[in-house]
Design a protein. Structure first.
Length: 211
């Protein structure tokens, strides 16, 4: 299975490969096959084993955890977790906690490397606001040095289930997840996580206080 955003790239590479295949064999045939394979690999969209548990949050992205911090955003305090995706990771994002999309905002910006600490503020991004049973949650799809487009599959008012496909970021990029303070983050910097599958946080009723 592949992300729908990848079909134009995959079909173009396939057509080029077929045309070149019938020409005298050589370097061009090999290079076209390599390009096709890269697109197939990048836009893969494997099924995930969604954990059968309640009161947890799963990773929104495949990649490496590069930052965990308590942070203020738009007048509210969150537990923030950032995941960096390199070009070899699956780039389809998934919903960390079930909820209703209450708003989306596209923020133009730079295209500095997504693993830089300031990329979350400076780079082009989609900011997705979600109302969950545990409180407000925010997902930022952040473009990177190579990535030039962030895509969310949903719109305001949609109810999205835990683990559902949320969107995609084309080529290397990053996702910043802002969880309610009532969630204890259980992963650490440097951990490798999978979208929709790796449990990254657990709800702690003792921390459930309204800001």
């Amino acid at each position: 299975m592949f992300a729908k955003e990848g079909y134009p790239f995959i079909l173009t590479a396939l057509v080029v490969f077929i045309l070149i295949f019938f020409l005298p064999k050589g370097l061009l045939t090999f290079l076209s096959l390599v390009v096709l394979a890269l697109f197939l690999w990048f836009f893969r969209d494997p099924e995930r084993d969604i954990p059968p548990f309640d009161e947890i949050a799963v990773s929104a992205a495949d990649g490496k955890v590069i930052d965990i911090a308590e942070t203020e955003f738009e007048g509210r305090t969150y537990n923030k977790l950032s995941v960096f995706m390199n070009v070899f990771n699956v780039h389809v994002n998934r919903m960390p906690v079930a909820g209703t999309i209450t708003g989306m905002r596209h923020k133009p910006g730079s295209f500095i490397p997504a693993d830089r600490p300031d990329a979350g503020d400076r780079n082009e991004q989609n900011v997705i606001y979600v109302d969950t049973e545990y409180g407000p949650m925010i997902v930022k799809q952040i473009a990177g040095l190579v990535a030039r487009r962030t895509v969310c599959y949903w719109k305001k008012g949609d109810k999205v289930c835990f683990g559902d496909r949320l969107g995609i970021i084309k080529f290397s990029s990053r996702v910043d997840l802002f969880l309610p303070k009532s969630f204890d983050i259980i992963v650490k910097n440097g951990d490798i996580v999978k979208a929709g599958e790796t449990v990254i946080a657990k709800y702690n009723e003792k921390l459930d206080t309204d800001d």
